[in-house]
Write a new protein. Structure first.
Length: 548
């Protein structure tokens, strides 16, 4: 469309300025989008992988055009106001890729991403555009080694809490800081990036084996070239397109994969957002329904013992999916990127190894529970994988920002039995729905991960563990019940019953008023706050295609 006809002569001239030949201009145009950049180790390898994909596209008869999108690293934006831009960046990535691909009328798309919000951002763009597409994850970093054990950056986060508690010395923290992340790649546990990489394979948007292969594995280069070849095959066949892959059944499969591995609660935001791009109404209720019927199968960090590299060694994502299918918890008729069914692809694939994926379920229900009640009428999320107790009852300590709570936690000015409430940190009220790993890791490092609870309308890292309830909807910033909580109110968290209850009479709550902190917004945060919807449906910022 951009190169044919008399009035496209200037367009062809611009392409020749890039070095294209007449033969190149006649090929299908394929966008190769990545979040390449040196702002985080998660994305620093993506440029090289994108170049490899370009080789695969060209070898298969296409003309690749590689371009980079932005990335906001949760690692560097943690614990300060910069975290407000993390979830916002998901929308910027999806919007930016849409603009480039539509603006240049590309015929197909290969995408690369490496950290928490970049993965769903790229997948959202693929589903929105609905062109022949393949997604590829940049891979997780290898862990460090200390005292004969694997260590990750989560250990460093929690060791900071240990220093405040006096159980870890500054020298021990310094040693850990220097060894916990020995190279490039994303965090190696079943945290947000690896969880969403698993989602990409389960949905059929990515090549099998790509989610768990370590970032520094030399085979990634060949895999990236294969992604370029496969996208050309999909283009020639006319499918399967992203919206043929992202269906209600495949979304339920994705939820099952997250639940079966104790994956990140951020999936509760991102899976509904991907569904939204396909015109499918999907919410925390759908996640809750699937998680309740899905057993916890994989013993993955942070709640368990093993890392992404360990899962890769025993068969990767498909090892988990094979067990889910075997136990009747997977829709085997969903399509893969090859056009075959998931059941067909899983035939002959290894399942449980007895360690990373034990022969018997770790628990009968998945690692994530959706809580509801008068404090969260729409829902809230709690990761239960690794929890010793599924019920907590205590008195509220209320904070109107993350910083206010963090100051108290650093001083250990709390008591066992407290329920720390952090509000006005939702998608709209924050704005940006900050991640609370800084606070939750401090608590866990201080040995209080299950001695106190935390309830927030903000969100958590996939590395968060303990009695931590997030994503409370509706959020305090739009008048949700969290805005009415007072110090000393009794709160009950019951994961067995799926309840989050404020034990205050309704008559008393009707008398209370809330006062949202004043905000002076401008730029992207002002636009985001004006557009973003509830976390219950993925915190999306546009109306999407016609609903299914």
């Amino acid at each position: 469309m951009t190169v044919q006809g008399l009035d496209r002569a200037p367009h062809r001239a611009f392409l020749r300025g890039l070095g294209l030949s007449d033969a190149d201009i006649k090929r299908p145009f394929v966008g190769v989008a990545s979040t390449d950049g040196r702002v985080t180790p998660c994305n620093a390898l993506l440029g090289a992988l994108a170049k490899d994909a370009c080789v695969g596209v060209r070898d298969a008869g296409g003309m690749p055009f590689d371009f980079a999108s932005i990335a906001v690293a949760d690692s560097m934006s943690m614990n300060h106001g910069g975290m407000r831009y993390s979830l916002v960046s998901r929308e910027i990535i999806a919007d930016g890729v849409e603009a480039v691909v539509r603006g240049h009328a590309y015929d197909a798309l290969v995408t690369f991403a490496g950290c928490d919000k970049t993965l769903p951002g790229m997948m959202m763009a693929m589903v929105r555009l609905n062109l022949p597409s393949v997604f590829m994850y940049g891979g997780a970093a290898l862990p460090g080694r200390l005292h004969g054990k694997d260590v990750t950056v989560l250990d460093t986060y929690e060791a900071v809490g240990g220093v405040y508690a006096g159980t870890v010395t500054r020298k021990e923290l310094e040693v850990l800081e220097h060894v916990c992340l020995p190279g490039l790649g994303a965090c190696p546990g079943q945290f947000s990036a690896n969880t969403m990489a698993m989602v990409s394979e389960t949905l059929g948007l990515a090549l099998p084996g790509s989610a768990t292969m370590p970032a520094v594995d030399k085979a990634r280069s060949a895999q990236a070239r294969e992604a370029g070849r496969v996208v050309m095959e999909v283009l020639k066949k006319g499918g399967p397109l992203p919206r043929q892959l992202v269906t209600r059944k495949s979304l339920e499969n994705a939820c099952a994969a997250v639940a079966a591995t104790g994956g990140s609660t951020n999936a509760g935001l991102h899976i509904p957002a991907i569904a939204h791009e396909a015109g499918i109404r999907f919410s925390l209720d759908d996640l809750a329904r699937v998680a309740k019927r899905t057993p916890l199968l994989a013993d993955m960090k942070p709640g368990g013992k093993y890392l992404s590299k360990d899962l890769h060694q025993i068969g990767g994502v498909y090892a988990v999916l094979k067990e889910l299918l075997k136990r009747g918890h997977l829709h085997g008729d969903c399509l893969t990127i090859f056009g075959s069914t998931l059941e067909q692809e899983l035939k002959g694939h290894p399942g449980a190894d007895g360690k990373v994926v034990p022969k018997q379920p770790i628990s009968d229900t998945g690692g994530i529970v959706v809580l509801k009640g008068n404090l969260a009428p729409d829902g809230a999320l709690l990761k239960v994988a690794g929890l010793k107790s599924l019920r907590f009852e205590g008195r509220a300590r209320v904070f109107d920002s993350e910083e206010a709570c963090a100051a108290v936690v650093r001083r250990q000015a709390y008591q066992a039995g407290d329920v720390l409430v952090i509000r006005y940190e939702g998608p709209q009220g924050g704005p940006g729905m900050r991640e609370m790993l800084g606070v939750t890791a401090l608590l866990y490092g201080q040995g209080a991960g299950e001695k106190v609870a935390l309830v927030t309308d903000g969100r958590f890292s996939g590395a968060t563990r303990g009695m931590m309830v997030g994503y409370v909807s509706p959020e305090a910033g739009v008048g949700g019940p969290l805005a009415l909580v007072k110090n000393g109110d009794r709160i009950v968290i019951d994961a067995n019953k799926g309840l989050l209850t404020l034990e205050v009479p309704a008559s008393e709550l009707r008398k209370r008023t809330s006062r949202k902190p004043k905000q002076n917004l401008s730029g992207v945060l002002e636009k985001y706050a004006a557009q973003v919807g509830s976390a219950f449906r993925g915190a999306v910022t546009h109306s999407g295609p016609k609903r299914k």
